[in-house]
Design a protein around this ligand. Structure first.
Ligand SMILES: *[C@@H]1O[C@H](CO)[C@@H](O)[C@H](O)[C@H]1NC(C)=O
Ligand SMILES: *[C@@H]1O[C@H](CO)[C@@H](O)[C@H](O)[C@H]1NC(C)=O
Ligand SMILES: *[C@@H]1O[C@H](CO)[C@@H](O)[C@H](O)[C@H]1NC(C)=O
Ligand SMILES: *[C@@H]1O[C@H](CO)[C@@H](O)[C@H](O)[C@H]1NC(C)=O
Ligand SMILES: *[C@@H]1O[C@H](CO)[C@@H](O)[C@H](O)[C@H]1NC(C)=O
Length: 484
């Protein structure tokens, strides 16, 4: 051994609690729903990796915004440092890593032998599409059943598309097995993959499914995976639940899967330590004519959208922070909030440059909390400093976790992304169309600083030390000592 660990100190960044700095200017019209007692989930599947957010998600959000009364485009959409979480699933006995997406509804994979194209439709080798496997092989599955005369097809404004046909298969996620699940089997793909994911598990509502009938070209909406699990009575309660860990800097740089990124769970709440702070709020539906969110309970459900009562941070009382129509989106890293909220939060913290608030990577973020359903959820300040890479001189670059999502207007849609989601477990009740937010136990540290003494001869007289930093995932789930 060249060196020995002399001392260790832990930065308790996460121990700083958000303080209530403001009182809201609004009189709350909110009457909370009764929060059900959430049982532990019967099935759970670990999040195994993160992948760059696909352009399609950016497009879906563009579409949602553009179709509202206000058409505002966020500079951030499609940013390369935006991540989505992956989990492993089994399809007809074949294992695939897929994107977990609460913002779409189809479960799809490439079929072995699929044709790959570049974004202008030119044929390319399969490797160009960069899926994590050669694809699903229907010929060796006993449970595969084709669905003749159907087309599964999603295409996006930027040229990404996936097409093929619908089929039925046995799909297993975290031990929950749905037989005869309708899936999209992709035979043609123009896809900008990451070499890890081989498709997607869509968790949103049936309205967003994308299968049509070849004969009359009509939409054939169907039940997504979890909707079938509920219908087939495979889960004791109609809940799925998501807990996302913030991951490690090392994990971000490594091509290998990071197994400590949280859980997708079914039938109850995801298996992470939580506090007693929780609330249940209705999911907002959409008008099918305007595609804008509406409070009408008879509207159509598509995305997981909620109303936010207020955001609290230093000087938040100087702006109106209530905002309707906020999507809880595991596939977006940052919070994209109303312009004036983002501006007030980043005052004295972030510097506006080219459409983004940049921050010093060593900055201590101001406290930030989110009130919805009558309860206030704090966020860990470390989530508000998001490392996005290095500049051309090799210096670390960080952005604020809370960015400008456009002006607050009728029809605006905002996003609470992973910056918020790392701090809560979100449980989705697809039968009552409501979501329960539960504050997680604080993750105490993610930066662990230790000093290693250089082991020179005679160093006992005049020792020198090197300072090292280790990034540790949300500690509450790990019993192993960080020094190991
Ligand atoms: C799929 O994954 C499961 C669980 O990790 C494993 O037991 C099984 O052997 C894998 N199957 C294949 C075909 O690789
Ligand atoms: C697709 O490939 C063709 C032929 O190589 C090329 O001309 C075109 O620019 C490519 N398009 C994209 C978007 O890469
Ligand atoms: C598919 O459509 C063709 C006509 O386009 C029809 O002849 C055939 O029976 C259909 N197959 C099934 C299984 O419905
Ligand atoms: C909050 O407002 C006060 C008074 O307007 C000002 O002095 C202070 O700098 C502000 N703090 C922040 C963090 O912007
Ligand atoms: C939020 O929705 C309520 C009705 O549900 C509406 O009265 C209010 O104006 C909306 N607020 C914003 C900021 O859109």
């Amino acid at each position: 051994m060249l060196s020995s660990i002399l001392s260790a100190s832990i930065f308790l960044a996460g121990a700083v609690r958000a303080v209530e700095y403001s009182t809201t200017r609004h009189i709350s019209q909110y009457s909370p729903l009764e929060t059900p007692l959430l049982p532990p989930a019967s099935f759970s599947s670990p999040m195994v990796s993160r992948t760059s957010r696909r352009a399609s998600k950016a497009h879906a959000l563009h579409y949602l915004r553009a179709s509202g009364i206000s058409a505002h485009t966020v500079p951030l959409t499609g940013a390369q440092f935006d991540y989505e979480y992956l989990t492993d699933i089994s399809v007809g006995g074949q294992n695939l890593s897929v994107i977990v997406d609460t913002g779409s509804s189809d479960t799809w994979f490439p079929e072995m032998g699929f044709a790959c194209f570049n974004l202008s439709g030119h044929p390319e080798p399969v490797s160009t599409c960069a899926f994590g496997s050669e694809g699903f092989d229907s010929r060796i599955s006993n449970s595969y059943q084709a669905y003749p005369n159907t087309t599964f097809s999603i295409s996006y404004g930027d040229g990404e598309y996936l097409s093929g046909s619908a089929a039925f298969e046995t799909v297993s996620v975290g031990g929950l097995t749905v037989k005869h699940q309708e899936i999209g089997v992709v035979s043609s793909a123009a896809w900008v993959g990451d070499g890890i994911n081989s498709g997607l598990l869509g968790l949103a509502y049936p309205e967003l499914t994308s299968v049509t009938n070849d004969i009359d070209h009509q939409d054939m909406k169907y039940n997504p995976f979890f909707f079938n699990a509920v219908k087939q009575k495979l889960v004791p309660y109609p809940y799925f639940s998501i807990a996302l860990n913030r991951g490690t800097a090392a994990g971000t740089h490594s091509p290998a899967a990071d197994p400590h990124l949280g859980y997708l769970a079914f039938g109850g709440i995801a298996p992470v330590p939580v506090t007693s702070t929780c609330t249940t709020v209705p999911i907002q539906g959409y008008s099918l004519t305007t595609r804008a969110p509406t409070a009408d309970r008879h509207s159509t459900y598509m995305y997981y959208t909620v109303d936010i009562h207020k955001y609290t941070f230093p000087n938040s009382s100087t702006v109106v922070t209530a905002s309707n129509s906020t999507i809880i989106d595991s596939g977006t890293t940052l919070n994209l909030l109303p312009s004036e909220v983002a501006q007030a939060y980043n005052k004295g913290f972030g510097t506006w440059h080219d459409g983004l608030y940049y921050v010093d990577c060593a900055a201590q973020a101001p406290p930030f909390s989110v009130t919805l359903g009558g309860k206030t959820f704090s966020t860990d300040p470390q989530d508000q400093v998001v490392w996005v890479g290095t500049d051309k001189n090799g210096n670390d670059l960080c952005v604020s976790g809370t960015q400008d999502g456009g002006p607050q207007m009728m029809g605006s849609v905002f996003i609470l992304g992973d910056v918020f989601m790392h701090n809560v477990v979100v449980t989705f009740d697809i039968q009552k169309n409501q979501m329960t937010f539960t504050q997680r136990k604080s993750c105490f540290h993610s930066i662990y600083v230790y000093h290693i003494r250089d082991n020179h001869p005679n160093s006992d007289n005049n020792p020198t030390y090197q300072t090292h930093r280790a990034y540790i995932p949300c500690a509450s789930e790990h019993t192993s000592h960080p020094a190991e």
